[in-house]
Design a protein around this ligand. Structure first.
Ligand SMILES: Cc1cc2nc3c(=O)[nH]c(=O)nc-3n(C[C@H](O)[C@H](O)[C@H](O)COP(=O)(O)O)c2cc1C
Length: 358
């Protein structure tokens, strides 16, 4: 059976695969446009988009806004007909300015997690940009839908449900991430489908629900489509592609990782995260890593007490300074054994999924 399209209002992606936004700068215009050209949705990470601008250290916010514009324009040039989104963490101090910049650049979608994007409908008002919260429970889906309903008489254009096997920041407490308490994504999907039903009805709107976290194969994709999801968001597998924007050493860290290397960490963003164990994480177990420069970027971060600067750690990693950086990854990173092109990966996923759906 052919994979269904993913329809978000008037946007139609030929295949129901979203490449998850990966910060900092792991997914930029290169990866996002390659995915969009294959019929999926490519997502640029909105975290430190200016990391290679000359004034990144001295004029961080402006460098990031400029970098964001450049990346969106580049992605459009590389994929004029593709669907391109951008991902912002609600926890970022410059959230509003960055989101407004993306809307000015006529981005197709803004996807937002690491907090509830309460103000997003007001920021996007009057634009054609679709707005998409990332949630980790039916309760959170209901909460954000209720807030948008009350504050701006609107409902989400799509909802991404990110389960506990995802990479990057996780919307669960440390206790919820223990093997005995960990919720499974299948149950979360069912809960979210129920939670958003009243809002879809009220606004006479189809709100696609997307499954994310630990989706590795086409068979996984088919499983979530059968459960009622309209698509999937995948991060980890897109790291090991030629088009991924990270340094080759970042990609190799995924290929070289073993199951026991993938661990839960604490982040200054105030949520747990998942990353590959390396010298950086080992040294953090012994002592905090002092902060030489504060980028003033995360709402919840106090530079006087934070154990490390997450911005520096992420930027070091994406530049390939692997021993000094934080390598976010999903729980399945160790299953990857080679770098392929985005076209090859998508072909493999789609073929497997279609077979499993048949
Ligand atoms: C290296 C890396 C960086 C990530 N950064 C972000 C981010 O900045 N914002 C976000 O919402 N999700 C982030 N994520 C999560 C992905 O977008 C995606 O939803 C998740 O990884 C899906 O699980 P998977 O990796 O098992 O496919 C990141 C994931 C990885 C692997």
């Amino acid at each position: 059976m052919k994979l269904p399209n993913l329809q978000i209002g008037e946007l139609i992606a030929k295949i129901p695969i979203i490449q998850g936004g990966m910060g900092a700068a792991v997914s930029r215009s290169g990866l996002a446009s390659a995915v969009a050209n294959e019929g999926g949705i490519g997502v640029i990470s909105g975290v430190h988009t200016g990391f290679d601008e000359p004034d990144f250290e001295t004029n961080n916010k402006d460098a990031n806004i400029r970098g964001l514009r450049k990346e969106i324009r580049k992605a459009r040039e590389l994929s004029p007909k593709g669907i391109i989104g951008v991902n912002f963490l609600v926890a970022m101090k410059a959230y509003q300015e960055l989101a407004m910049t993306a809307i000015e650049e006529k981005i197709d979608l803004i996807i937002s997690g690491a907090g509830l994007p309460k103000e997003l409908p007001l920021i996007a008002k009057g634009s054609r940009t679709k707005i998409v919260p990332i949630v980790s429970s039916g309760r959170a889906a209901d909460l954000i839908s209720k807030l948008w309903d009350q504050k701006s008489s609107s409902a989400p254009d799509m909802v991404i449900v990110e389960g506990p096997e995802a990479g990057g920041h996780l919307g669960f407490s440390l206790e919820q991430l223990t093997p005995e308490n960990k919720p499974n994504l299948e149950d979360l999907i069912k809960d979210v489908i129920q939670a958003i039903k009243p809002y879809a009805e009220k606004y006479c709107k189809h709100i696609p629900v997307i499954a994310a976290g630990g989706i590795f194969s086409g068979t996984d994709i088919a499983k979530f489509l059968k459960l009622g999801a309209q698509g999937v968001q995948i991060g980890t597998r897109f790291v090991a592609t030629e088009e991924c924007d990270a340094d080759i050493r970042f990609k190799q860290a995924f290929i070289n990782s073993k199951a026991e290397d993938i661990q839960i960490i604490k982040s200054p963003v105030g949520m747990p995260g998942r990353a590959i164990r390396n010298k950086f994480l080992e040294s953090l177990e012994k002592s905090n890593i002092s902060i030489k420069k504060c980028y003033n970027c995360i709402k919840t971060c106090n530079p006087a007490s934070t154990p490390y600067c997450i911005s520096k750690a992420l930027v070091e990693a994406v530049r390939g300074n692997i021993d000094d950086g934080l390598i976010f990854s999903g729980s399945n990173a160790y299953r990857i054994d080679k770098i392929v092109t985005v076209r090859e990966l998508i072909y493999e996923l789609v073929t497997e999924a279609e077979l499993a759906l048949a």
